[in-house]
Write a new protein. Structure first.
Length: 86
């Protein structure tokens, strides 16, 4: 009986991907990434800038403050971490 390992490797994990800037790297194996997006206000019609801070897993503390990173949503790593650095 032969298992198809190539099929398992090609399946990509589902999850959203964001780009942002590292604003904190003081925790061990964790960075805080600031995500910025523009949304049209429903009543006024003006575009508003929304910011959100997300904690992401950074194995080995490779990223520093000011670096632009891509993060991907994964299963929960801890209470607050649900993203990893791609």
């Amino acid at each position: 009986m032969e298992t198809n390992t190539t099929q398992k490797n090609t399946i990509e994990s589902k999850g959203r991907t964001f780009k942002g800037v590292v604003v904190s790297d003081k925790m061990t194996d964790t960075i805080v990434v600031s995500i910025e997006r523009y949304v049209k206000h429903p009543k006024i019609g003006k575009y508003v800038r929304l910011k959100k801070k997300i904690k992401a897993h950074d194995a080995g503390n490779t990223k520093k403050i000011g670096d632009e990173v891509s993060i991907k949503e994964v299963r929960p790593i801890s209470k607050d971490k649900h993203f990893i650095v791609v």
